[in-house]
Design a protein around this ligand. Structure first.
Ligand code: DX5
Ligand code: ZN
Length: 220
């Protein structure tokens, strides 16, 4: 079963609550929440208060993507705010293993993410400990960028590495996912697709249904 994780980075923040309701009733699987610190990535997005606030109105799985330096400093805070999955970047952690442990100790699902230029070797030994691997297919920091084509091969190699290691980690892909490339990304091995612009530009429900159609086609 493929999953869709709409990224609220592309939402209209004047209508965030309503848009999350639309995402939930259209049957999206995860709510992808992009936290940017202005240090690990150039941009600043939002943090714990926003997550605490939207947590009150939805039971969706909160898939929190921390684009934050040394995220171990904030694991407790994001758990308290209502995260279900916390994904950290290997490039941002001096002690990746301790960071993953800190997430698991809180009873949350732990994810590890790689920037496009980072080698898969960076996650080889941590794979058995994580619940999710997030392959970035743009350089993180902004929504609406174009998918980097060499990432198809990287997705396929990640899938192979997960299978060979016996890890149960889900493979999520993030950045520049559109209705035009979604099927190829799934065929390369992705199980969860993050999408910002392609979900929020236009009609949310229509866009999510269109992704669902691609999912059923790719599953055949
Ligand atoms: C990029 C973020 C992505 C982004 C996806 O730094 O991690 O989740 O919001 O947006 P689109 O789908 O527009 O590339
Ligand atoms: Zn993201």
């Amino acid at each position: 079963m493929f999953k869709l994780a709409p990224s609220i980075l592309a939402a209209d923040f004047n209508h965030l609550g309503e848009q999350i309701e639309q995402i939930e009733s259209a049957g999206a699987d995860y709510l992808h929440i992009d936290v940017m610190d202005g240090m690990f990535v150039p941009s600043i997005s939002f943090g714990m208060p926003l997550i605490t606030s939207i947590r009150k109105n939805t039971s969706m799985v909160f898939d929190v993507h921390l684009m934050v330096k040394e995220p171990i400093r904030y694991i407790d805070d994001f758990c308290k705010a209502g995260a279900d999955i916390i994904t950290v970047h290997t490039e941002a952690c001096t002690h990746l293993h301790s960071t993953i442990r800190a997430i698991k100790e809180k009873g949350k699902r732990a994810g590890v993410s790689l920037n496009p230029g980072t080698s898969l070797d960076a996650i080889r030994y941590i794979l058995p400990e994580v619940d999710l691997v997030l392959i970035m297919t743009v350089n993180p920091g902004f929504g609406g960028q174009a998918f980097i084509p060499f990432c198809y091969q990287k997705i396929a190699e990640t899938k192979q590495m997960i299978v060979e290691s016996g890890s149960k980690a889900e493979l999520e892909v993030d950045g520049g996912i559109t209705l035009d490339n979604a099927e190829a990304v799934l065929k390369a091995g992705a199980q969860v697709l993050v999408s910002g612009s392609s979900v929020f530009n236009g009609t949310i429900e229509k866009n999510i249904n269109a992704f669902r159609e691609v999912f059923s086609h790719a599953a055949q």
